[in-house]
Design a binder for this molecule. Structure first.
Ligand code: MN
Length: 227
């Protein structure tokens, strides 16, 4: 078999402490999964059913300066716990969901907030706000075989050494096993899928020259230089 042109290289995320890379299949994102962030975005913090959107695997940004994207003047940081799946399926029960988790990482759901806001207002899809080049900076994945499955612990983001976002994984409205179970009722999950689990409050704009440091207790910090 031959291709008309060279297929795109597979996207893969480094694994902390081991040489293999984690090949990425899909990137799912959970919306409004911390009450304080739902409130800051003008929504009811009640436990409504979770909702999802996706980024493209090749939107993942692993190293080098983070290029400020085109078409916007209001790019926001959203610090998130990333869940990496080593297996999948459909209709996964909550009680078995964590068996499918390979590990965890720190990610940023970078958002062109002005374009997302416009899309919301007009009832249009969110891709222009969420799924652009480099929109998913990500640190190395730490296997759950080493750290277990964190259910609490600090999650924060600093810009130039100043704390901007702060929360605790214990504040997730939809916990990781529930999120996996719910998603698997909508999509066939598979090895290589990543789930960005939502952001705590304090989202805001970034500027060229900013250095972002994202942290989740027990995981490798994510450092992003906006250029
Ligand atoms: Mn988000």
């Amino acid at each position: 078999m031959s291709f008309l042109f060279d297929p795109a290289a597979p996207v893969a995320v480094p694994i902390v402490g081991q040489p293999e890379l984690f090949p990425v299949r899909r990137v799912y994102c959970v919306g409004r999964n911390y009450a304080a962030h739902a409130i800051e975005m003008g929504h009811d913090p009640d436990r409504e059913p979770p909702f999802f959107f996706q980024k493209n695997p090749d939107n993942i940004h692993l190293s080098g300066g983070w290029p400020y994207p085109p078409g916007t003047s209001d790019v926001h940081h959203e610090i998130e716990l990333v869940v990496a799946l080593r297996s999948g399926g459909v209709d996964i029960p909550v009680s078995e969901a964590l068996d499918h988790v390979f590990g965890y990482g720190v990610g940023l759901d970078m958002t062109r907030r002005d374009l997302q806001g416009e899309a919301k207002q007009l009832g249009r899809p969110w891709e222009v706000g969420k799924a652009f080049e480099h929109s998913a900076p990500m640190g190395g994945l730490t296997p759950s075989s080493r750290i277990g499955h964190p259910t609490s612990g600090a999650i924060w983001l600093e810009i130039d050494g100043q704390r901007r976002q702060e929360g605790d994984l214990g504040q997730l409205i939809w916990k990781v096993p529930e999120t996996i179970a719910y998603l698997s009722g909508l999509f066939r999950l598979a090895p290589g899928d990543l789930i960005m689990t939502g952001t705590p409050s304090g989202v805001g704009p970034v500027s060229r020259g900013n250095v972002l440091r994202g942290h989740v207790d027990g995981l490798e910090d994510l450092i992003v230089n906006v250029v």
